[in-house]
Design a protein around this ligand. Structure first.
Ligand code: FAD
Length: 379
């Protein structure tokens, strides 16, 4: 079992293959398949099984690669499900660098991470895949008829093919150490992502963290919350200087060298948080209604390594069709390994297209791998 700090660009996260690391924390979100009226392709016949039925293609990972695979598999008229352990789509881009510009995605001279994710989501979900968020895939079972069951921490998913687009592993938000008792507050008065500002209106909010997300949320909530306090355990920030100076010049109460000592709650709501100065141990009690933890992520590839897939350099070995050593299981994006592999969004997109088109031929051997040109279709 290995656990180590990984650095990708300026982002640091902890990578581990400990299957027990980082329990899923956000509430499950199932987006039921959108039906005919939402799928603007009149002549297409995409089956839409209900969530627990057999899907043509299940994509593990909703990062850029998984979303593009969902688009392609949808265009090939496959029923598609995306499962991601995070509460948000977008993979590393959403979790680690939504505010950074990306310069090497074809078709965009320059694009913000969060804008690229928004485009990938619009494209990837246009054929109405089922999306299961906050759900970590843990076990794989292969059946005699060639289909698979994926077991997650929340249930089972049946599928004819799998595209593993799991990047550097399942992302889960990092929690406060030795504070399991606050898990019960998740989604009520403890958050790891801010998806809606409403729960924070007129509330006393504590944000823990020193990265861009912490700064962005502090600035966004400052006008509508009763108060916003931001604490960080150092005086060096991971966030951009411009974001930090905005926060320092706002009404946000900033305490550097401070950490959470204890949280008082009734099992539903937080009432108070005591923070302490990690240099002097001086404690400061705060009346707090809502806590946002923005402490980074743990990436856990652990479970996938136990599925009898051929593992190479920490990833999943594939052939030139992106198929793994198990027929019907494909891999694409950062998790896929082959000679000459580059871990880039651009290569992930190409691999996703290949994986989805060969997944189509796996379930329908009479289908051509080449999809035809989308410009020839009414897409
Ligand atoms: P990811 O984005 O990692 O998404 C994988 C998803 O799968 C995650 O959401 C994860 O939670 C989920 N997952 C994994 N395992 C499971 C499981 N068992 N169950 C459920 N869900 C699971 N690339 C570029 O091309 N250009 C750049 O400028 C660039 N800049 C970068 C800057 C930074 C700071 C970082 C960190 C990376 C950068 N990259 C860049 C790399 C790029 O982000 C990755 O190559 C890309 O995100 C890979 O996409 P992916 O979809 O394969 O994997």
């Amino acid at each position: 079992m290995t656990t180590q700090k990984e650095q990708i660009g300026q982002a640091t996260f902890t990578a581990t293959d400990d299957p027990a690391a980082g329990a899923t924390v956000q509430p499950e979100m199932h987006q039921e398949p959108q039906h005919e009226e939402d799928v603007p392709k009149d002549e297409m016949h995409i089956p839409h099984p209900s969530a627990d039925e057999l899907f043509d293609c299940t994509i593990i990972g909703g990062g850029p690669t998984g979303l593009y695979a969902a688009f392609y598999a949808g265009m090939r008229e496959m029923s598609v499900k995306i499962i991601d352990s995070l509460a948000e789509l977008g993979g590393q881009v959403s979790a680690l660098y939504p505010e950074k510009h990306i310069f090497d995605v074809a078709g965009f001279a320059k694009v913000l991470g969060k804008e690229l994710v928004a485009e990938c989501i619009e494209q990837g979900l246009q054929f109405g895949p089922t999306v299961c968020l906050g759900e970590k895939v843990e076990h794989l079972e292969k059946h005699e008829d060639g289909t698979f069951t994926l077991q997650t921490d929340r249930g089972q998913h049946r599928t004819k093919t799998i595209i593993i687009a799991a990047g550097v592993g399942a992302f889960t938000p990092r929690k406060l150490p030795d504070m399991d008792h606050i898990d019960a507050l998740e989604g009520k008065s403890l958050y790891y992502f801010v998806k809606s500002f409403e729960p924070f209106r007129d509330q006393r909010v504590l944000i823990v963290g020193g990265g861009d997300s912490a700064m962005d949320w502090a600035m966004a909530l400052e006008p509508l919350a009763k108060s916003v306090t931001l604490i960080h355990r150092r005086d060096r920030w991971r966030a951009h200087d411009s974001s930090v100076s905005k926060v320092l010049n706002s009404a946000v109460n900033v305490h550097t060298f401070h950490e959470v000592k204890s949280v008082e709650h009734d099992g539903e709501r937080v009432s108070a948080v005591t923070i302490f100065d990690n240099r002097s141990n001086h404690e400061l009690p705060l009346a707090i209604d809502q806590i946002i933890l923005s402490l980074g992520f743990i990436a856990n590839i652990g479970p996938i390594k136990e599925w009898n897939l051929e593992i190479e350099k920490g990833g999943v070995k594939v052939d030139s069709t992106m198929q793994t050593n198990i027929p019907g299981i494909f891999a694409a994006g950062d998790i896929a390994r082959y000679v000459g592999k580059l871990n880039l969004i651009a290569t992930g997109f190409g691999e996703a297209a290949t994986a989805a088109n060969y997944a189509k031929t796996h379930i329908d051997p009479s289908a051509k791998a080449f999809p035809g040109h989308s410009s020839d279709k009414e897409v």
